[in-house]
Ligand binder design. Structure first.
Ligand code: 6GU
Length: 228
């Protein structure tokens, strides 16, 4: 059973994605436990201040070290974490390999930064891994944390049905998916490839493999280059 704790100063952002569809069902089935923690709950001042001005000047606010340290220490007193992950555009790019790796963990702690980032001492003292979801800047680590959780949870055994097994995903075998069709067989003269209607399943499998390879060569040749 995987447990994911998420530290954020905007807990409300997480209400949607974790309360519907696959992620909701995975939690109901007890396949994953996801807990959102509000950094403000770990402040000790009257204003529950989680951020402050950067020393030395500059634009933007910085998440303070004390509330984050208090939150992390509190969570660490409850369970040992395999990884303490800080979501930042400076981190290692999330890919299917990393998602697979994280899906094998027991306890993950995710820290979603906001504003200009976190006090460097948080990274020096607590963070074991830094993860980015791509080379573009978002307003905070919350959406990246949700992306990471989705990519990881769908890999857990029992989360997807057999018919939608993660093993058939694009990228899991290093290739894109072949084209897929459903009824009608003829839409305004645009027909589904005959092979798919033939009932010859061995030939259909071969056709799909060929199509997946062709499509990957055309759209993502880089995936064929680095066969890992
Ligand atoms: Cl993890 N955080 C932020 N703020 N922006 C990002 C990102 C993370 N990954 C890509 N852009």
């Amino acid at each position: 059973m995987l447990r994911i704790d998420i530290l954020t100063c905007v807990p409300a952002l997480f209400a949607g994605p974790f309360s519907h569809s696959i992620l909701k069902r995975a939690q109901e089935k007890g396949l994953v436990q996801i807990a959102i923690h509000d950094l403000r709950d770990f402040t000790t001042d009257r204003h529950q201040q989680v951020d402050d001005y950067p020393f030395g000047g500059g634009a933007g606010m910085v998440l303070k070290v004390e509330p984050i340290a208090a939150a992390i220490r509190h969570l660490q007193s409850q369970r040992p974490y395999d990884r303490l992950i800080y979501l930042t555009p400076e981190g290692r790019h999330l890919d299917q390999h990393l998602a697979n790796e994280l899906s094998l963990c027991q306890n993950l702690l995710l820290l979603a930064g906001h504003y200009k980032g976190v006090d460097q001492r948080v990274r020096d003292l607590f963070i074991t891994h830094e993860v980015s979801i791509g080379d573009y800047v978002l307003s905070g680590g919350e959406l990246p944390a949700m992306v990471l959780v989705d990519a990881v949870v769908r890999l857990l055994p029992g989360v997807l049905g057999d018919e939608t097994s993660a093993l058939t995903d694009s990228f899991q075998d290093g290739l894109l998916e072949p084209p897929i069709y459903t009824r009608p067989a003829d839409f305004e003269g645009h027909r589904v490839p005959d092979i798919l209607l033939s009932g010859h399943f061995a030939q259909i499998d071969r056709w799909r493999d060929e199509q997946a390879y062709e499509k990957t060569r055309r759209l993502r040749p880089d995936l064929l280059a680095d066969a890992d």
